[in-house]
Design a protein around this ligand. Structure first.
Ligand code: GDP
Length: 365
């Protein structure tokens, strides 16, 4: 269809490649297939699937990643053709989230998302597999008594997964008050906070390092920062405040991860200033800008002053600069790499942070 659609698909594939690399894979090649509706049987269609099988064989790939969620039957049909493991974008993102979740809450949320993803996929393997595995089911002892007559392994697995999911949900509920309390404490201490938001790879960690002079983890990887890190800083005139590096945005976030993402992102709603970092060298800054602002509105943070930062100015040419300026006239251009514009940004942050209430005493003569 449209050229915009084509470009969008290419950008999405490029991000998928970056995601796969972040998950630890070595990316060999991409096959871009546009069709109005995916093939119900193999997703790609027979001819393309065959073509893909040839690439897989020639390159010696051991995995194919589809840039969309596949139905279990599509996945199996495609595996039959390409003869290697086929996974989808969601599986890759889940894998990265599980590698990078550090807090107990983050881990619980990711496990919940993984189980949510797994549950409907158990069905696909059907009865034959459950009969094969039937003998081992009771081995652990846990499920023995709960196993009714004629119950299959899959039903049992499904029940176990549901139990585990209920437990995780309950656990996650208990985390929220602690998070609230922690935030409230910071509020009570009246230390204002600056939230750094934006897409993964926009340069949030690099920028935070520039702003605070600290050695936060910087990787050319997505999701280096799934859990929020908070750093202390001071304005030029000595007012203390904190920086919070928030979880990065990603295109087509799997629905199973939306909750995990949102609860982490909620922190933004408690901040006093939002520094919204955009990769100025990115081919589609408009969409990124809009998505971040949509989620900011969703967590009721739209009233908080926002400073838009176009990062990677070392890679931006004059015409791109003009386009970006049109998108956000008040934006600050910086390069976390060269340090360009950092001072200006610091001044903007200082000026935007609330001035603490001082006790005012009226002196009556
Ligand atoms: P985050 O995911 O938003 O925290 O992004 P990172 O800070 O991890 O940066 C992602 C990648 O962009 C890394 O490879 C950085 O070295 C690179 N990067 C960050 N800022 C700049 C910049 O100003 N210019 C250039 N050229 N690269 C940058």
């Amino acid at each position: 269809s449209s050229r915009g659609g084509q470009e969008d698909a290419e950008n999405s594939l490029r991000e998928l490649a970056a995601l796969a690399e972040t998950a630890g894979a070595q990316v060999l090649d991409g096959v871009l297939q546009r069709r109005a509706h995916p093939d119900p049987a193999t997703y790609l269609g027979k001819g393309k699937a065959q073509e893909l099988a040839e690439i897989v064989a020639a390159e010696g790939a051991d995995t194919v990643i589809a840039d969309t969620e596949l139905a279990p039957s599509q996945r199996r049909a495609l595996e039959d053709v390409v003869k290697v493991k086929v996974i989808d974008r969601t599986a890759v993102i889940l894998d990265i989230f599980s590698q990078h979740a550090k807090s107990r809450e983050g881990k619980a949320q990711v496990e919940l998302a993984q189980l949510e993803y797994l549950l409907p996929r158990l069905r696909g393997w059907g009865e034959s597999m459950s009969r094969q595995a039937g003998g081992q089911v009771g081995a652990g002892g846990a499920g023995m008594g709960s196993r009714g007559p004629g119950e299959t392994k899959i039903e049992l697995d499904r029940r176990r997964i549901n139990t585990r999911m209920a437990k995780l949900r309950a656990q996650i509920k208990t985390f929220a008050p602690a998070r609230e309390a922690k935030r409230a404490n910071r509020k009570r201490g009246e230390v204002p906070s600056v939230a750094i938001a934006g897409y993964t790879n926009a340069g949030k960690s690099s920028l935070l390092n520039r702003l605070t002079g600290s050695e936060a983890l910087v990787q050319n990887q997505l999701f280096a920062t799934l859990d929020t890190t908070v750093r202390h800083a001071e304005t030029a005139d000595g007012r203390r405040f904190t920086y919070a590096d928030t979880v990065g945005f990603v295109r087509n976030l799997p629905h199973q991860l939306v909750e995990a993402f949102r609860s982490t992102f909620e922190e933004v709603a408690e901040s006093d200033v939002i520094v919204h970092v955009v990769d100025g060298s990115h081919p589609e800054p408009t969409a990124q800008l809009r998505t971040v602002r949509d989620v900011i509105a969703e967590v009721d943070a739209q009233g908080i002053p926002e400073i838009v930062v176009f990062n990677k100015s070392d890679l931006i040419d004059d015409s791109q600069r003009l386009v970006l300026h049109g998108l956000a006239p008040d934006a600050v251009f910086v390069s976390a790499r060269t340090g360009e514009g950092i001072e200006q940004l610091q001044e903007r942050i200082d000026a935007t942070l609330p001035v603490p209430d001082r006790e005012v005493t009226a002196v009556v003569p």
